[in-house]
Design a binder for this molecule. Structure first.
Ligand SMILES: [Zn+2]
Length: 382
């Protein structure tokens, strides 16, 4: 058993114990605040149980009946638990309000005070333990858990305060503390339900989608990334990617691209499934023509400019070929420059084999002037 798991077990055992003694004491001493605090501990136990369910059931690999995995089982459990939490905390608020209205005075019981103090101390010990182990194992989730235990300390301390106020004759203090604690529990319940609904409704994880999109846009040979959506939980994610590639890149290249997309699973082990959709496009959107400063056709990659023609709008403009006299990787650099400018086709008189392959790799079609009617392309402006 690793250290994080041991901390988890200690925490669950302690919270089960605290739930029981606070619940029993709260009922027998008539302290609504202590009952509310008992419910808080119970919610913490249920929270840990949900994480466990998430790991055991939701992590089951996809099967024939459930090809997208089982992670929604966790959300269904969360939905149920969230509803129970909300209903119970509402019933405590109702109880507390009733006792305020009826003016029913709670008795001060020393043993109830003792139990509340024990609860505050136990939670403080748990908080320190979790934070210490979290720091040592560099686990941010354990440190977060430790901080949560600190709020449990405050919850129990407010019960202590309420009971002391009751002792000094402020009989309403117990009910007020109970309402305050219930409001916090209501929030916790609401958050659990919201998370569950987000997963069940396939709400897109925007931040993660952006990260995936940026990686895919960096893969060579993709003309455009048309759609990226990530859904699921932070432990199990499903990624859907739609891309367009030029028909020029060929099957072998498309297979390479698919492999690179599939390799996202190595960097993000929480991805359980990737759904790629590839569209092969023959559409020519922009044509590049190598020219000199006076717009004269040069016809090879030594040209200092490219005239770019947008086929649809008929607009054309000039871009500077900053790599015209590059000593190394000239073909590659120019292919990248043209690809960045959305060029699908280049018209040349002559071209080296290497440069041609670089252009092909970026999905850019190379046409020779004799097989392409240059009259279609207006070189002198629009
Ligand atoms: Zn708590």
């Amino acid at each position: 058993m690793d250290e994080a798991e041991r901390v988890g077990r200690v925490s669950v055992t302690a919270n089960v114990f605290l739930t029981l003694i606070k619940g029993i004491t709260g009922i027998s001493a008539g302290s609504t605040a202590l009952i509310a605090d008992a419910l808080h501990s119970l919610v913490d136990v249920l929270g840990s149980a949900l994480v466990w369910i998430g790991i055991r059931i939701a992590q089951k690999p996809p099967d024939e009946a459930h090809p997208y995995g089982h992670f929604k089982a966790e959300s269904l459990a969360e939905l149920g638990v969230g509803l129970i939490i909300i209903l119970t905390s509402i019933s405590i608020v109702v109880d507390a309000v009733n006792s305020l209205i009826s003016g029913e005075k709670p008795k001060f019981e020393l043993y109830a005070l003792a139990v509340a103090i024990i609860s505050a101390l136990s939670n403080e010990v748990l908080a320190r333990y979790k934070i210490a182990v979290g720091m040592r194992t560099k686990s941010s989730s354990l440190i977060a858990e430790g901080k949560h235990s600190r709020t449990d300390v405050i919850s129990s301390l407010s019960v202590v305060l309420g009971l002391i106020l009751v002792y000094f004759g402020y009989w309403w203090a117990d009910a007020v503390v109970a309402i305050a604690i219930s409001v916090i529990i209501l929030q916790m319940g609401g958050e659990i339900i919201k998370n569950a609904i987000d997963v069940l409704m396939d709400r897109v994880d925007e931040e993660f989608s952006m990260r995936i999109r940026r990686i895919i846009e960096g893969i060579e040979g993709i003309k455009s990334v048309d759609f990226v959506a990530v859904r699921g939980t932070w432990r199990s994610r499903i990624v859907e990617v739609h891309i367009t590639v030029s028909s020029e890149v060929g099957t072998e290249r498309i297979n390479e691209i698919m492999e690179k997309i599939e390799r996202l699973k190595d960097s993000f082990p929480e991805i359980i499934r990737i759904i790629p959709v590839v569209r092969v496009s023959r559409e020519i959107r922009r044509i590049a023509v190598p020219v000199d400063e006076n717009d004269n056709y040069v016809g090879d990659l030594n040209a200092k400019f490219f005239k770019v023609i947008d086929v649809k709008s008929g607009k054309c403009w000039k871009i500077r070929n900053e790599f015209w006299n590059a000593q190394k990787m000239k073909g590659y650099l120019i292919a990248e420059l043209l690809s960045k400018n959305g060029v699908d086709l280049i018209v040349v008189k002559r071209i080296g084999e290497g440069a041609k392959n670089h252009l092909k790799g970026k999905g850019i079609i190379v046409k020779f002037a004799e097989e392409f009617d240059l009259k279609d392309v207006r070189l002198n402006g629009t």
